[in-house]
Design a protein around this ligand. Sequence first.
Ligand SMILES: [Zn+2]
Length: 210
Amino acid sequence: MMSTDADKIPGEIIEDRIIEPSGHCAREVREGEVFRIVDIEGQQVMDFLAFNLNDLDERLSPENTLNLNKQIYPKVGYTLFSDKAGKLMTIVADTCGTHDMLAGACSRYTNEYRYDVPGTANCRDNFVAALEPWGLAWKDIPYNMNVFMNCPIQADGTFSIETPKSRAGDYIDFRADMDVLVAGSNCPQVLNPCNSGNLKPLRVVHYRPG
Ligand SMILES: [Zn+2]
């Protein structure tokens, strides 16, 4: 694999792992630590969310996040807010620049509704599997941010899922603003252009900034 900027980790690595296509992860990240998501090959989305580690009832709110940032599109300096307006994490680096805060997660239900395909692999079920060790279930899991997902909004409000703009080696860094539990789903969607029709691995790096 070619070395990229994503390999230069500015701190002490706590965990560095590959998330296989359609895989998932969850991780406890302490205040001040950083969770990096790397699009190894390009054009692969990770659904991503966070909870207050010390009160798992407090969790990411996409609505509070876009209201309190006064911005729909996540970018450097953008904070992920909880349903109690707590600061969960802030984006501190981003080489891609195109992410989504509105599309939520794919589920077996939306795939059946939109594409008439029952029983598909999906991000909602991935989150359930990733968070089960912390005692969380489907009903406890909020909607999420979509890292590297490209959902342009037209002037008339038309919303669509398009091919990601991320290139090989693009990455985004989330700094924990409190102790958090993060979860990620390497999106298994192949029924729309979300992942350019081809499922690919992602890399996640949990590190303590130096
Ligand atoms: Zn998905």
